[in-house]
Each structure stands twice: as C-alpha cells, then as structure tokens.
Design a binder for this molecule. Structure first.
Ligand code: F6R
Length: 238
C-alpha cells in the first residue's frame, strides 16, 4: 500500500486528479471505475479543467460507476448518473456511450447487475478504481455484512448510510432505501485502486479498514489484500 498524507481538500483533489490523469496518459483507452459522494468532486473539477485546457483527453476513456440508487432514473437530480453528468461527464470530451452507471430504474435488478459485470469484463476490467469510504466502512454500497458479496448486486442501505446521504435529499423527497452496487469482485479485480478519504470524521474507520482485521463487517478492509492500493487522506477538515 502506498499512502499519501495531505493537508487540505484542495491538495487531496489535486493528488487524486494527478494519478487519474497519469493513468489516462499511460493508456488512452483506460477503463476508470468512478465514485460519487462529496469526496471526489474536487478531483473531477481538476480533471475537467485539464481537459478544457487541452492537457488531458477523455475521447477514448471508458468509465464504470460504482453504484446507483434503486428506482431512480438517470435524469433524477438525486441519481448518481445525474451527479456524474453534472460534475464530470458534461464537462469533458468523453463519449456518452463510454460512460456506464448501473440503471437504477431497470425492471430486473439481477439482470442489470449481471449485465454490468459482463460489460466490465468485456471492457477488459477496470484499470484504475477510484473509491471513497463510508462512515461504516462501505465501499461502493457494499455495506457491513457477514460475508463479502462478490458480484454486482442489489443491496439494502443501512440506517447509517441512509442518514449520511439524507443531506442530498429534500425533506419531502422519498430517499431510496436500496441501491445497485458493484460487488467486491470487480472492485478487487481492478488493476489499481485509489482510495480517497477527507476529514477527521473518516479517520477512525480509515484506520480500522487499513490496519484492522480483514472482515466483511468493515468492507473496505478487503483493500488490504489488493496488490496496488494507493490511499490519499486528509485528516484535517480544511
Ligand atoms: C459513492 C460511493 C460511496 C461513497 C462513500 C463516501 O459512489 O461509492 O461508497 O464513496 O459513501 O461518500 P462521501 O465522499 O460523500 O463521504
């Protein structure tokens, strides 16, 4: 594991964007695994800036997002497809057909999940997977459980995750209670993983994940077994 300690969110975003940009420079048709949530927004802004300045080309890049809320269509403002369009895809020269987010409003979740895993394999697997970490140690929406679920699957969100993510929903809005998430297999099969963690409140779970026992009760702890893991963390709240 390589760990990079930074002192601000701006630095975390810059370091993460540099690693992603270097990956694309090395392999123009890179397959990126992408995350939503607050943490990667700064890195996405930086990548978009470099793209607009002509320094970084996404024309051959393919992306697979980690997760999507069950029941939300891609044009729903709280959907992760919408989030990705807003924060990254609409700002860079990526081909829309090269971006993949599980379809939350599909009729058949198991078929959608199986199809998602097949598409990742058909693309040659993920070259670089970007991850955030949940307060309960989740990665994607792989919630604490008594076993690691390998394939992409539908998952019931825990109370902790529902509370953490309620900030994105208006009081009147119905917050989905389940999601489709990339499983542990496609994440761990990524050639390289970049985990980013922002703020003091994430430090206890980050330490548990990286130095505690490997257990499905702390899903991110499986990352200890990955041969090419980079962690960028900022323990301050600035
Ligand atoms: C989102 C995702 C989640 C988040 C995690 C941290 O696609 O996969 O695992 O990375 O919940 O979220 P933030 O960055 O908002 O703290």
């Amino acid at each position: 594991m390589r760990s990079i300690h930074v002192k601000s969110y701006a630095q975390l975003s810059f370091e993460a964007a540099k690693i992603i940009a270097a990956q694309i420079a090395l392999k123009q048709d890179t397959v990126l695994g992408l995350a939503t949530g607050s943490t990667p927004v700064g890195a996405y802004q930086q990548l978009a800036e470099w793209n607009q300045q002509g320094k970084l080309d996404f024309s051959q890049v393919r992306t697979f997002n980690l997760d999507e809320y069950r029941g939300l269509a891609g044009d729903h403002p709280q959907s992760y497809r919408y989030f990705m369009q807003k924060h990254l895809f609409s700002q860079i020269n990526i081909l829309p057909g090269n971006t993949h987010v599980p379809q939350g409003d599909c009729a058949d979740a198991s078929a959608e999940c199986a199809n998602y895993d097949s598409s990742i394999l058909a693309a040659g697997g993920i070259d670089l997977q970007l991850l955030g970490i949940g307060h309960n140690g989740h990665i994607g929406f792989n919630e604490p459980s008594n076993c690691f679920v390998l394939p992409t699957h539908e998952v019931a969100l825990t109370q902790r995750t529902l509370e953490a993510n309620s900030r994105f929903f208006d009081a009147a809005e119905q917050q989905p209670r389940s999601a489709l998430t990339m499983g542990i297999a496609p994440i761990m099969q990524a050639k390289r993983i970049l985990l980013i963690s922002q703020g003091s409140e994430k430090m206890p779970i980050l330490e548990k994940a990286l130095y505690g026992p490997v257990t499905p009760e702390v899903p991110a702890s499986i990352l200890q077994l990955h041969p090419n893991l980079t962690v960028i963390y900022n323990e301050s709240d600035c």
